[in-house]
Design a protein around this ligand. Sequence first.
Ligand code: ZN
Length: 199
Amino acid sequence: MSFSDQVPTEILDLARSARRVTVLTGAGMSAESGVPTFRDAQTGLWERFDPAELATPGAWEEDPAQCWAWYAWRASLVRGAEPHPGHLALAQWQARPGVDLRISTQNVDDLHERAGSTVLAHVHGDLFALRCADCGAPADIGYPHVVEPVAHLDPVSCAVCGGLIRPGVVWFGEALPEQAFQDFRGVLQRFGTQLQAGW
Ligand SMILES: [Zn+2]
């Protein structure tokens, strides 16, 4: 049975004739590529840590080397994953002449981009867009390569101010990136959807 046999004809017709398409993706999209969802049970070294406690400004302030080591590990998992057919299908759809398809994602990985898509907004930040925790200057470096998880890795220092370089993700308790948030809101508004106050 082919994919098109499993999808109702009305949906297929709508998709084929659509000219303006908005796609919102979340953790399940990356999980299909083997990237563990944020709230999945952690294994091995990180088993006893709660991701919701590691991904906070407080965790960074308390132990930046531990936080950096955890993100270096997560980055290595992402680098080891490949876009799946869903990512590729979106990229092909986006490339179709006459189609305006905009992708907003809650995912911090780069699987959409590696599939060939342009992502309008990473509303929870971008794992690989490293920046200084103090002055905010972008850092043109990558994570250290880790084959096995390690408990601590010293973060790199900012070339501008000497502060520590941090992941480009949005931590619990932090504001969403302004531009990504505005882009995301713009997408919803073109469908007449208003964000609830306090969202
Ligand atoms: Zn700095």
